[in-house]
Write a protein that binds this ligand. Structure first.
Ligand code: ADE
Ligand code: ZN
Length: 337
């Protein structure tokens, strides 16, 4: 028997792979465009949605960076974050560790403080309003050079007590983790947690580099690690969390049919997979939709849904007591439902 949508939506969960700029819905894009008098090359929401047909990661990134141009003020970033947390709360989300891309904003002339102050304000309000906790992960754009990421880390210095970790995103192919050895070492020296997108489009070798050179605490995506049996075994043995994003994988043609998605195989292999939305406004679903559509496509069992929800907390950067509370809440939910 398949697991009910209501059970999946309601189970307490955390989201560990969410680009806040990727939660910019077309309606909001128009609102910010009007409010900030920034032109966008679309006449209607339908036209925007129609443009979201991607053949690969770069296709998506081109349109995603263009969309971010409408974000101009702290208020925009605050509104963006609050809208995301409202949806997360409706999806049973109790915690999120959200990515943002400072260079996307500083490279078009915004001061470093604008995005981060706005996001921190939205995160604080969301906790008061919904009881949803959150952490911030600052990503470096890998298509830029390491000097740019080092400059970004220096700009973040006054905010380090409010940043949980750093990540690596944008165009993967041709930009291996090793290109960012120094900036990740500097981030580690400052006590920040380490994430990196690896094995989304890039080869298993990039996952090896993320482990051996960047010393990651989590791998974002990691799909292509499955091509390397020894690497897969290593990830299982280390208990390395993978932040897997099924609807993103479908939209960016990492898989061609959700039925072919490796989520179930990952769990059966003993990999510590989690289920996430990546850029939900662009990929057609928030976190609960990712769980539900994947469960339907690959036949996830109730126990596998519970495992994914538990992995989302044990793979988070929360303290041990908070993790234990969330696991207890999942157990109570599973007993009652
Ligand atoms: N930036 C936003 N979404 C991304 C993804 N899925 N991969 C790499 N960079 C991204
Ligand atoms: Zn991502």
């Amino acid at each position: 028997m398949s697991v009910s949508e209501a059970f999946i939506r309601g189970i307490p969960k955390a989201e560990l792979h969410l680009h806040i700029e990727g939660s910019l819905e077309p309606e909001q894009m128009f609102e910010f465009s009007r409010r900030n008098k920034v032109a966008i090359p679309f006449k209607s929401v339908q036209e925007v949605r129609a443009a979201y047909a991607f053949s690969n990661l770069q296709d998506f990134l081109d349109i995603y960076y263009q969309g971010a141009n409408v974000l101009q003020t702290e208020e925009d970033f605050r509104d963006l974050a609050l809208a995301y947390f409202e949806r997360l709360n409706a999806d049973g989300g109790r915690h999120a560790e959200i990515f943002f891309d400072p260079e996307t904003h500083t490279d078009r002339g915004l001061p470093f403080s604008v995005a981060i102050n706005g996001l921190l304000a939205g995160m604080k309000e969301a906790e008061a309003k919904y009881g949803v906790t959150s952490g911030l992960i600052m990503c470096f754009l890998r298509h830029l050079d390491e000097a740019s990421s080092l400059k970004t880390l220096a700009s973040a210095e006054p905010y380090l007590d409010r940043i949980a970790g750093v990540g690596l995103d944008s165009s993967e192919k041709g930009h291996p983790p090793s290109k960012f050895t120094r900036v990740f070492k500097a981030a580690r020296d400052r006590g920040l947690k380490i994430c990196a997108h690896a094995g989304e489009e890039g080869p298993p070798e990039y996952v090896h580099e993320a482990l051996d050179i960047l010393h990651v605490d989590r791998i974002d995506h990691g799909n292509r690690a499955l091509e390397d049996e020894a690497l897969t075994q290593r990830l299982v043995k280390q208990g390395m969390t993978l932040t897997v994003c099924p609807l993103s994988n479908l939209k960016l043609c990492v898989v061609h049919d959700l039925k072919d998605h490796p989520m179930k195989r990952m769990l059966q292999l003993g990999l510590k997979a989690t289920c996430n939305s990546d850029d939900p406004a662009y990929f057609g679903g928030y976190v609960a939709d990712n769980y539900i559509r994947t469960a339907q496509a690959v036949g996830l069992t109730r126990e596998e849904i519970i495992t994914l929800a538990k992995n989302s907390f044990t793979g988070s950067f929360l303290d041990a007591a908070s993790i234990a509370n969330h696991i207890a809440a999942i157990n109570a939910y599973a007993s009652a439902n």
